[in-house]
Design a protein around this ligand. Structure first.
Ligand code: NAD
Length: 347
């Protein structure tokens, strides 16, 4: 079986080659999966894509026309796939629902600590032999309030880290699942009381720009915003102006709403840079990382293991635990009439 593997990076090759061990013929392509890249999938049985590949209607149709039967996403989020088109065209889509919630939650915590204690500024200063402490005052996390938006796998780990710091944790989730030590509250109360807000809900039509001018106005002045989920949750222009006037005190962004054009590549030679992103990266109270929260050895190994196991199950005709079903997506759980419920497949 041949897999057309798009947006391949050296670290992907290392983990997939090690875990694949010759099982599949993996054809690694550095290019993203777009309509223009479809000829690369010629003769392949499966396609493998990542977060910034845009699997729109044309790409779905193109993959199916090339004889591809399954799209294996090697990520958890799936907002970049036209599921209606995939469902109608008969393209099965599988994903890696969890590979290391610790990797992402720990990165969120790293952004928070770095911003609060000005580690990025201090490291740049000491490199120049500037050992002044002026402007580097932070605040104790102990005793402060963290607001976690989206208490799924990652949000819960992040909440646990905050509890470890001695913080009070407020949480908001569309489908709350009680957890000891965490108080679920309506979003407005979380916004009004949290000193730190960390985003861990998926990007859906309902959560697009959930953080906008109005939401920022409801937050505590000087709040620290951490987003390791999806860029589209935050209206970047509104964030920029909230940072400028001090309503938001600092922002740690691992994701950006227009990241697909920039992230994962060296774009330092591009003269016409994205204006909002240029302004954000230039602010001393903002840290932008390039969607790297997942990037640990453990997560890469788990991603490769689950992706290949998903393909094994697909080609063996076995039930597909990690299939994403268009009919069930809206509810987040299989519908009563979904065959997956009975251990089968959605398609
Ligand atoms: P998950 O499915 O386990 O949890 C998501 C939670 O969000 C669930 O509890 C769900 O009930 C809640 N939710 C859904 N809609 C909501 C809404 N409208 N308002 C509030 N809460 C809502 O997912 P996860 O594994 O914890 O991942 C969370 C997100 O993190 C993913 O959607 C993905 O976009 C992102 N992610 C980022 C990286 C990275 O490298 N930066 C890596 C993995 C995942």
């Amino acid at each position: 079986m041949k897999i057309a593997f798009f947006d391949a990076k050296p670290y992907d090759r290392e983990s997939f080659d090690r875990i694949n061990n010759g099982r599949y013929d993996i054809r690694y392509f550095e290019t993203r999966l777009t309509a223009a890249a479809l000829p690369l999938a010629e003769g392949c049985d499966a396609a493998c894509a990542f977060v910034n590949d845009e699997i729109d209607h044309a790409v779905v149709e193109g993959l199916v026309a090339k004889g591809i039967k399954v799209l294996a996403l090697r990520c958890a989020g799936y907002n970049n796939v036209d599921f209606k088109a995939a469902y109608e065209a008969g393209l099965t889509v599988v994903r890696v629902p969890a590979y290391s919630p610790y990797a992402v939650a720990e990165h969120a915590a790293a952004l928070l600590l770095a911003l609060n204690r000005h580690i990025h500024k201090a490291a740049a200063r000491t490199r120049d032999f500037n050992f002044s402490l002026v402007g580097l005052t932070g605040f104790d996390l102990h005793g402060k309030t963290a607001g976690v938006v989206g208490m799924g796998k990652i949000g819960r780990v992040f909440a646990g880290i905050c509890l470890g710091f001695g913080m009070r944790v407020l949480a908001y989730d569309a489908f709350p699942k009680p957890q000891e030590g965490i108080e679920y509250v309506p979003l407005d109360r979380l916004l009004a009381e949290a000193d730190v807000v960390s985003l861990h809900c998926p990007l859906t039509p309902e959560t697009k720009h959930l953080f906008n001018e109005e939401t920022f106005a409801k937050m505590k002045r000087g709040v620290v915003l951490i987003n390791t989920s999806r860029g589209g949750l935050v209206d970047s222009e509104a964030l920029l102006s909230a940072l400028r006037d001090g309503q938001v005190g600092a922002a740690g962004l691992d994701v950006y709403e227009e990241e697909s054009e920039w992230f994962y590549e060296d774009r330092s030679d591009v003269t016409r840079q994205n204006k909002t992103l240029s302004l954000l990266v230039s602010m001393p109270n903002v840290i932008v990382t390039s969607h790297q929260a997942f990037l640990t050895h453990e997560a890469l190994a788990n991603i490769a293991t689950t992706t290949l196991a998903n393909l094994d199950a697909f080609f063996a005709g076995a039930p597909l635990e990690n299939e994403i079903c268009y009919r069930c997506m809206g509810t987040g759980k299989p519908q009563a009439d979904c065959p997956k419920r009975a251990g089968g497949r959605c398609h």
